[in-house]
Design a protein around this ligand. Structure first.
Ligand code: NAG
Ligand code: NAG
Ligand code: NAG
Ligand code: NAG
Ligand code: NAG
Ligand code: NAG
Length: 928
């Protein structure tokens, strides 16, 4: 209980004692290969003036720095940093900020051996010192050439898209009639390049897919492809984003790819090399014209050089029985690896089109990298991160026996058959709200015609391109395969991040709350949940083009199966914030496995579960069988609170920056979509109007507030408007008689002001409390807002008081609620998840008498609808004929409960310290 007082003192003293130096460490251990990396660092308020601070890295490492967020006083809140290439990366770096008057540090530490960027009207050329890459400003090609110091090793880098107007699976006889097939290529519309290019250059190419010279097919599927190049690097990191803007009944995607040509002319066919990543560090090593395994032996040196990818000895040194007969040895121009499932890939090759493929023994999970090139002409390797996890994928090498070969990385494989993203059922006759609500009672699906659309959802993939003067060794390519799938990640130490208060003051590192056995038990349980979900992703094969990064909502005990096919119980779409559990668990531990879980989720939820085009832009979709299927389109799913940690610790990942900014416009979607249209009292007449949107403060406003906060922090183009709307909201919300307990009210999206709801025009005080309001990041957003405002308590105090009242009364007795608000809140659930509200008010009002209530809600009575202390806390193996494949199950776990157990566990420990278990009985209830 002392923790509350001590905790506050602790935070104050930490902030003032902040150092100018921050240690950043690799989450995965020191990488063996570093082609540059970008990371973020938070700073405490007031410590460094943004326009007067420079940064250096220990060991003279090359560093480029920029500001990603500001405190309101103009001091640094978050910075982004690019660290250069290194053959011998350090195990950690110290980043030092130097303020004005510090003559020991130069203003900018620019290295002259860095990048060169030249811009002309037609193109942008980036020279890293190792490779030079040309980006045309228009046309079909995104990258016209990739050159090493002496050779062009890649050209015509372009996107390819295939689609068809129908799919044949409706035809019993397998015949397809009337289906048209289309092949689109990229059309570049806009190319921009970063301003500061000391260590890192970013080229952003925006465009659309087109059929040249074709007037009948409209351009579609807009893309943004970002190319990150680091000084002295041979590698290009590519972030590839598409948005689906087709008609799901007519536009069936059948191939999404990126293709590079590889010039091979002048290279002997036996000196041309193919490499394809297999399983773990495995690699297929072949030559277009093989000289091994023949009836006549050209000589051991010749064979081993070919296998190793080095230039063959002069042909005069070979056994002439081979050199005179080379024309009889077939050349293999085409290779194809197809990963149509997460469990296996097939591999084959052929001499050329029109001839049979020959099978090559395949494997399970390909590393998703391929190389084509020659011993003297050099070549190109292209890799796709999480290749097998994003199945169906494939990679092609084509025409390797001609003057120009090519590599195609298929993000969606043409071998998989057309992608069918139509609704999975016909609507079941649910043509009225009454029927839809009744259906919700049985499958928990909230269906409505017209809402089950993928129009506007996106997908982002990460690729790496590596350029070489000569064919690299197999070991090097294995290393690059690993780099592609596990790009090195640097993060500041958890204690540093916590003390800055730049990302919430409601989490702490393990152990600080007291190393009691009881706190340890909570830590162990959270660890169990993290590992359980990591294991379920693998065992349940939660992989695939759209699905990778999501988990499922609820378990079906009878089938020993998650309810992947049952309405609102299927894909989770961030319901009740598993994102916050995973990200805060990562922040406090720095664990690499947790980072990956959270990273994959942020790339999924931000893209697939949210809309980026059309009427729903800025909204996300409630959980369901298809990520976009449910008719509840909600800001609570798209809320930037789920992306924020990644955005800042990645140094401002630009794609995530776009996603966060989109939510600024969610007010336009609120005009078109009334989230509570089916459940509102029919007596309430509501016509959406920009000056009077009928919103819930937790599920709607919290999302837009987080978007405003980030825009303000970033000082983005709309930061002043965003700040002003936040201030207006904060001033006006407490004027509602019952504050947050009002639940829903009218929001003026032009000013940010709140006014009473239509059900209470005279502001006599509504009581509308929903268990859902508080479980989509509103507490976390408000806490971050209060930290951001800092001492501006004249503005924030009434608002914060109203919020703390909500925190207090949600879990208070009905009698207390009635005394305070004139009526009680009815029967509420999600008590365990809301224990963090009690902990929050206990901490902020320094009210130690509330601490037993916190733990009663988390571990005692309140845990009955969550994960109770006496739950099994282990999984059980199910195998044999009971299941398709052996699995571990934990029937007592639902994703809702796991998310809330995690978020509340982390926050309770941080806010009120370890539970006093002497008062807790064996069955988990709290005495007294
Ligand atoms: C792959 O890279 C990660 C991250 O740098 C590293 O921890 C791991 O040891 C590497 N694995 C192999 C097989 O090289
Ligand atoms: C730096 O920023 C501060 C606060 O925003 C401002 O007062 C000052 O003029 C700026 N100095 C320079 C050199 O831009
Ligand atoms: C000045 O730079 C030195 C060396 O980098 C560093 O130790 C010191 O903390 C800096 N002082 C300030 C005020 O930034
Ligand atoms: C390209 O994009 C930039 C940044 O969004 C914008 O300022 C510029 O006007 C665009 N140029 C063209 C030709 O569309
Ligand atoms: C080729 O590689 C093998 C092992 O991978 C090695 O034993 C052999 O010496 C290498 N040959 C050449 C010519 O580099
Ligand atoms: C050996 O290579 C040279 C140059 O590539 C070629 O002209 C010659 O015909 C080759 N000799 C034989 C015997 O194949």
């Amino acid at each position: 209980m002392l923790r509350i007082v001590l905790g506050l003192i602790g935070l104050l003293s930490c902030a003032s004692a902040h150092s100018n130096s921050v240690k950043v460490k690799w989450i995965d251990g020191t990488p063996e290969y570093l082609a540059g990396t970008t990371f973020g660092i938070p700073w405490p308020r007031g410590q460094h003036l943004a326009n007067a601070t420079t940064f250096t890295a220990s060991g003279d490492a090359q560093l480029q720095s920029w500001v990603t967020a500001y405190w309101p006083d103009g001091s640094l809140k978050w910075t982004g940093h690019a660290l250069g290439v290194s053959d011998f990366p350090s195990s950690e770096y110290t980043i030092t900020a130097s303020g004005p008057g510090n003559s020991t540090s130069p203003r900018f530490k620019r290295q002259s051996n860095g990048m060169q960027v030249s811009k002309s009207g037609n193109e942008i050329v980036v020279d890293t010192g190792k490779i030079s890459v040309t980006f045309p400003r228009s046309g079909n090609v995104l990258v016209s050439s990739i050159k090493t110091s002496s050779k062009t090793v890649g050209s015509n880098g372009r996107l390819i898209l295939r689609s068809q107007s129908g799919t044949s699976d409706d035809d019993e006889d397998g015949k397809t009639t009337g289906i048209e097939y289309f092949s689109f290529s990229s059309k570049v519309l806009n190319v921009t390049v970063s301003e500061d290019n000391t260590v890192r250059t970013l080229v952003t190419v925006k465009g659309i897919h087109t059929i040249d010279g074709d007037g009948t097919q409209e351009d579609w599927l807009p893309f943004t492809v970002r190319f990150y190049l680091y000084a002295n690097s041979e590698a290009i990191r590519v972030i590839h984003t598409i948005i689906y803007d087709g008609d799901m009944y007519k536009d069936f995607l059948s191939g999404i790819g990126i293709r590079f040509d590889v010039p091979l002319s002048g290279e002997e066919l036996y000196d041309r090399h193919i490499r394809i990543a297999g399983v773990d560090s495995g690699l297929l090593s072949e030559a277009v014209q093989g000289v091994t395994g023949l009836r006549r032996d050209p000589g051991a040196d010749v064979r081993s050089a070919q296998y190793n990818g080095t230039l063959l000895p002069g042909n005069s040194t070979w056994d002439q029985r081979v050199t005179t007969r080379l024309q009889w040895i077939p050349t293999w121009g085409d290779y194809r690896l197809t990963q149509l499932s997460p469990d296996g890939f097939n591999l084959k090759k052929r001499t050329k089109a029109g001839h049979s493929w020959v099978k090559i023994p395949g494997g399970t999970r390909s590393g998703g990298l391929t190389y084509l090139g020659g011993a003297t002409v050099g070549g190109l390797a292209v890799g796709l991160r999480d290749f097998w996890k994003k199945y169906p994928t494939s990679l092609d090498i084509s025409s390797a026996a001609t003057e120009t070969g090519s590599i195609t990385m298929w993000l969606y494989s043409p071998q998989a058959g057309p992608m069918d993203i139509r609704p999975y059922h016909d609507g079941l006759g649910e043509d009225t709200y009454a029927k839809q609500l009744d259906a919700l009672e049985i499958t928990y699906e909230d269906w409505e015609a017209g809402y089950n659309t993928p129009y506007g959802v996106g997908r982002t993939n990460e690729l790496y391109i590596y350029a070489f003067d000569t064919t690299p060794s197999a070991a090097k390519l294995s290393t690059l395969t690993n780099n592609t799938n596990n790009p090195p990640v640097l993060v500041p130490e958890p204690e540093w991040m916590r003390d800055t208060k730049a990302i919430g003051s409601y989490w702490d590192v393990p152990g600080v709350a007291g190393d009691s056995a009881q706190a340890q038990k909570i830590e162990d349980n959270m660890d169990f949940l993290i590992k359980f979900y990591e294991g379920q992703v693998e065992q349940r094969r939660w992989y695939g083009f759209w699905d990778h990064g999501d988990v499922i909502h609820t378990y079906d005990d009878d089938r020993h199966q998650w309810r992947y096919d049952i309405g609102g119980y299927a894909w989770d779409n961030s319901e009740l914030s598993p994102d916050l559990f995973f990200w805060y668990f990562f922040l406090r531990t720095g664990r690499a496995d947790v980072y990956r879980l959270a990273h994959d989720q942020v790339r999924h939820g931000g893209e697939v579960d949210s809309y980026h085009l059309g009427n729903f832009t800025g909204l996300g979709t409630r959980h369901g069988v298809q990520h976009w299927g449910d008719s509840a389109k909600q800001a609570r799913i798209a809320t930037p609170v789920y992306r924020k940690t990644f955005y800042y610790i990645s140094g401002g990942d630009e794609r995530t920056g776009d996603l966060v900014r989109e939510v600024l416009d969610v007010d336009k979607a609120f005009l078109l979509v009334d989230a509570r249209r089916k459940v509102r009292d029919p007596g309430v007449v509501y016509t959406p109007n920009p000056e009077a949107l009928y919103l819930n403060f937790g599920t709607d406003w919290a999302g837009i507030a987080q978007a405003y906060l980030i825009e303000w922090e970033r000082r983005g183009p709309r930061w002043e408007e965003s700040r002003d709307k936040l201030i207006e909201a904060i001033k006006t919300y407490p004027e509602l008689k019952n504050g947050f307990v009002t639940g829903e009210a009218l929001y003026n999206s032009l000013t940010g002001a709140w006014t009473p709801p239509p059900t209470d025009p005279n502001n006599s005080g509504n009581v509308t409390v929903s268990h859902l309001s508080g479980v989509f990041g509103v507490l976390e957003t408000i806490d971050q807002l209060m930290d951001h405002f800092g001492s501006e308590q004249n503005i924030t105090k009434p608002f914060f008081d109203a919020f703390l009242d909500y925190c207090y009364y949600y879990g208070a007795s009905k009698a207390e609620q009635k005394v305070r608000y004139g009526k009680d809140f009815g029967t509420l659930n999600l008590k365990q998840g809301h224990s963090r509200y009690t902990a929050y008010v206990a901490n902020h009002r320094n009210n130690a008498t509330l601490v037993p209530r916190v733990w009663s809600e988390y571990l005692g009575d309140g845990s009955k609808d969550g994960l109770a202390p006496n739950a099994p806390w282990k999984s059980e193996r199910i195998d044999g004929s009971d299941v398709l494949v052996p699995v571990d199950e934990a029937k007592w776990v639902s994703t809702n409960a796991a998310a809330l157990y995690g978020v509340a566990g982390i926050e309770n420990l941080a806010l009120v310290g370890a539970p006093d278990f002497s008062r807790i009985r064996g069955n988990g209830t709290v005495e007294g």
